[in-house]
Design a protein around this ligand. Structure first.
Ligand code: ADP
Length: 265
């Protein structure tokens, strides 16, 4: 049913809109002598779209990976509504770390699809293997999601037979199939040819409009303008400025923000 939303129980319907879904406080992370995150605070409310911008190397990806449990910060806390709650300064419980990974799903810059699996096999892998969803149910849900992004006819082909934009849309479907409370996008269009960027951003914007909660790292300022509730500008491992897209793009307060925006606008 192409008119049905891309919703799922774990997504927009998971709780009251506006409730604080994720609270990160004082996240810090170093790689050797390099301090990559310096006391990052982040609040994400249910239904909200937070866009992270900033120069290359400023720590944006490391923030996303920390939220998803792919990176373990050296200090700080991450708390999800209804759990888990992690304190990186103390002893981490394995079950909390695993729960953290379960709450969000990441869409990477490169799609990261399994090359030897078909589109359908890629999408049902997580639900079947990780969440123990019955195969028939996982297939039905995967087909509904693929149909919604216009790729049902590609269900039995392999990733190499798809365009970059189609691969990325499958990557998004694969994340949705996990029914996370939070979607994380790490420069989802930066590896695409320019003419393929629009399709992928349209899908992400539709998800935002349907109430999915997301944190998006992107250089696509027109997307940020259209979709973001809040824009955070990062530089050198700190959040320099946070405001509405309107405020950020027309009236940035900090010199570093202005310099960055002047360079990419
Ligand atoms: P951004 O997403 O803003 O480009 P990243 O979070 O990817 O920034 O990287 C921030 C800094 O951390 C960069 O200097 C990068 O080289 C460094 N970095 C990221 N991951 C690692 C790692 N696993 N080991 C060492 N340095 C890393």
């Amino acid at each position: 049913d192409p008119s049905s939303p891309l919703t799922s129980p774990g997504g927009p319907a998971g709780g009251p809109t506006g409730e604080v879904l994720l609270q990160a406080r004082g996240l810090s992370k170093s790689f050797g002598d390099l301090e990559v995150l310096h006391s990052i605070d982040l609040t994400v409310r249910r239904g909200e779209v937070v866009v992270l911008i900033g120069p290359s190397g400023s720590g944006k990806t490391t923030v996303l990976r920390s939220l998803n449990g792919l990176e373990i910060p050296d200090g700080g806390q991450i708390e999800f509504a209804g759990g888990p709650s992690l304190d990186f300064g103390g002893r981490l419980r394995k079950q909390d770390r695993l729960a953290l990974r379960d709450r969000s799903a990441m869409v990477f810059q490169q799609h990261n699809l399994f090359p030897h699996k078909t589109v359908l096999q890629n999408v049902i892998e997580g639900p079947v293997q990780v969440h123990k969803v019955p195969r028939a149910q996982a297939i039905a849900e995967a087909e509904a999601l693929l149909s919604r992004v216009g790729l049902l006819d590609k269900r039995d082909v392999y990733p190499f037979q798809l365009s970059g934009g189609q691969q990325q849309r499958v990557g998004i479907v694969r994340a949705l199939a996990l029914k996370p409370s939070l979607l994380l996008f790490d420069e989802p269009t930066s590896a695409l040819d320019p003419e393929l960027v629009g399709d992928v951003l349209t899908v992400i914007k539709e998800l935002a409009d349907e109430g999915w909660t997301m944190v998006v790292v992107t250089h696509e300022l027109s997307f940020a303008r259209a979709a973001a509730d809040e824009v955070l500008f990062m530089d050198g491992g700190v959040i320099v400025e946070r405001s509405s897209p309107q405020e950020m793009f027309t009236n940035p307060r900090h010199r570093r923000t202005r310099q960055f925006l002047d360079r990419i606008l």
